[in-house]
Design a protein around this ligand. Structure first.
Ligand code: F6R
Length: 609
């Protein structure tokens, strides 16, 4: 989720690159750097933290040139420290690269480079292998060396490359990560995103997968995977910068809801091997250690806590270990029973939530093993954990969490499968069935996003309501809680979630004629029970919108409206059912003219108690 900017021309590459990188701040970053060509050498400056830190280091006139590449990094492999910031240089200092994406086989390439070419690596990143590989293949043709290196790389990438030997070109390649070339007058540009260039040009070429682009001061040449020259129409950008940063969406929340298929794909990537086995890179728990665990606490706040509610179901179901879910703000002040046989699973998007960190420290003091599920590399939570499972959702900008939640659920599923398999509590057939369901999720999430238009119509019908109830059973309870939180935090409507079976023990007294209930009936084994719940509230004249799997038509006959999610196994329905609910909250908030990305009284990272 990083930003790339490159420039070649007569202007100050330093200034143009810095300004471009600043326009990409919305992508999220934790370090920045620039490499420039000057006098037959490559000059490099990089710094952790904000771009201003980098600017302080490059004020001198001798750090400038007419050709350069820059990068803002959002840490994936390796902590957000200066050494891991891009650009990365080859050992001999003659090649510099910037990279967005993940090189899946970097360990294998690294081992090969160390063994056969005595390469000494300076960073913990996957990206550095690209610079070293190009250097190994470089004789006198930079493009050929880049192509050879790319042929050995697996994963996703947009890479910009410069060489000390070539004062006239930037070479770039892409696969599954965005890349564009900008057309200037007597100068040209490279960038990961359009907003980076809007101050300088509105004419661009979109670079496609497997293409190579060679950029000089006066020319941009694009080649396909076979190095055949490609003719590309230039695109003239007419949108303003504000629209461009949101990728054409009106709000970051909407953009992030729509990013869920891709985010889940990234979470799964590299974690299910060709044999269909779950392999978790950051988890060092051995079978012996797993067998010794007799209690699990899942501790988190807000949306992450709701993910934990689902986590309890799958961990108990697959791994058969008693699991409790607790709010971090409560856990830290009660007297939980924790010892060295306890596994403490902490879930946090930001990794900086004060209550979660303190709860984790408390469990650690008592001897628990700490495993975190987190989205931000190098955050406090990850630094203090024994094992880390990254969600790889990319930066989440909107305060209301969406893609972080669905990727947390996927991580919990992967973890439960891993534990169930290692402990022998999950039958191979069941294991395979769930793995297959997980693999289908990105496509099914796209299908679930297809409910948008229908959900927008429902939102219009109910946007003036001041009270909405959400009910469900099994994993639908967690979905009810999360759907309700989404609605209240961005629309400011009073909503309430409760386990459907609990309704009759008090809350049912609140039903008036027309009271709106959103009823989840996604669990086949609880379907009949939910139909009875619907009858129960309909008898009291409530208005019911049911959320069910396609094909379950009976629910439609007794409800006032329905929202259908894709057919799927019960276990993964929660990951799909939440999508229309995020959209419902979004549309209602929009109709009520709320500040959707920054709701009142809320902060993205809650670092106070
Ligand atoms: C709601 C939301 C919050 C967070 C909570 C924990 O949309 O975003 O409820 O889930 O503050 O934050 P993290 O996950 O960063 O620990």
């Amino acid at each position: 989720m990083c930003g790339i900017v490159g420039y070649i021309g007569d202007g100050s590459a330093k200034e143009i690159i810095i300004s471009g990188l600043k326009s990409l701040e919305y992508r999220g970053y934790d370090s920045a750097g620039i490499a420039l060509h000057r006098g037959g050498k490559l000059l490099l400056r990089k710094e952790s933290g904000v771009i201003a830190n980098l600017e302080k280091r490059i004020t001198k006139k001798d750090f400038d040139g007419n050709l350069g590449i820059g990068h803002t990094r959002w840490a994936t492999h390796g902590a957000p420290i200066r050494e891991n910031a891009h650009p990365h240089m080859s050992c001999d200092g003659r090649i510099a690269i910037v990279h967005n994406g993940i090189i899946e086989n970097y360990m294998e390439l690294k081992a090969w480079l160390v063994k056969n070419h005595d390469v000494e690596f300076k960073s913990e990143t996957d990206s550095e292998v690209i610079a070293q590989l190009i250097c190994v293949y470089y004789k006198d043709d930079l493009v050929a060396a880049v192509r050879k290196a790319v042929a050995r790389m697996r994963g996703a990438y947009a890479v910009g490359v410069i060489s000390a030997d070539d004062p006239d070109h930037i070479v770039a390649v892409r696969k599954d990560a965005p890349l564009i070339a900008g057309i200037g007058e007597g100068c040209n540009y490279l960038a990961s995103d359009i907003p980076a260039l809007l101050r300088y040009t509105r004419d661009i070429y979109l670079i496609e997968n497997d293409e190579t682009v060679i950029i000089s001061k006066d020319d941009i040449k694009i080649f396909d995977g076979d190095m055949t020259r490609v003719k590309r129409e230039k695109m003239h950008v007419t949108w303003d910068a504000a629209a461009a940063v949101k990728g054409g969406y009106e709000h970051f929340m909407k953009k992030e809801i729509y990013e869920q298929p891709e985010a889940v794909n990234k979470t799964l990537e590299g974690r299910i091997n060709a044999k269909g086995e779950v392999k978790l890179d950051g988890i060092k728990l051995t079978k012996k250690e797993l067998d010794a665990i007799n209690r699990i606490y899942i501790v988190a706040c807000g949306t992450a806590y709701h993910a934990g509610m689902q986590g309890k179901e799958v961990i108990e179901g697959f791994a058969r270990i008693p699991t409790e879910v607790d709010l971090a703000s409560e856990f830290r002040y009660r007297k939980p029973i924790v010892d060295s046989n306890t596994l403490f699973i902490c879930i946090s998007q930001s990794g900086e939530t004060s209550d979660t960190i303190e709860a984790m420290r408390e469990a650690k003091r008592k001897g628990a093993r700490i495993l975190s599920i987190c989205n931000v590399v190098g955050s406090s939570v990850t630094r203090e954990s024994d094992d880390v499972l990254y969600t790889w959702a990319g930066p989440e900008i909107a305060v209301a969490s969406t893609k972080a939640y669905t990727t947390q659920l996927v991580c919990l599923f992967l973890l439960a499968l891993y534990m169930g398999r290692a402990r022998g509590t999950l039958l191979p057939k069941e294991y395979k069935r769930i793995v297959d369901e997980l693999k289908k999720l990105p496509a099914k999430l796209t299908e679930a996003l297809g409910t948008d238009e229908h959900v927008a119509k429902l939102a219009k019908k109910f946007s003036v309501r001041e009270q909405i109830f959400y009910i469900g059973r099994g994993s639908d309870v967690g979905t009810s809680y999360e759907a309700s939180l989404k609605l209240k935090e961005i629309s400011y409507i009073n909503s309430f979630a409760i386990a459907a079976g609990e309704l009759k023990h008090g809350t049912i007294a609140l039903i008036n004629r027309g009271t709106l209930f959103i009823v989840f009936a996604t669990q086949d084994y609880l379907y009949e029970k939910m139909l009875s719940n619907i009858e129960e509230i309909k008898a009291r004249h409530a208005y019911v919108i049911a959320v069910a799997k396609k094909g379950n038509t009976r629910v439609g006959k007794i409800s006032d409206d329905t929202i259908m999610i894709p057919e799927c196994a019960d276990e993964v329905a929660s990951i799909l059912a939440v999508v229309p609910m995020q959209l419902f909250a979004y549309h209602i908030a929009k109709l009520r003219k709320r500040d959707i990305d920054k709701p009142r009284n809320l902060a993205k990272s809650v670092t106070v108690e």
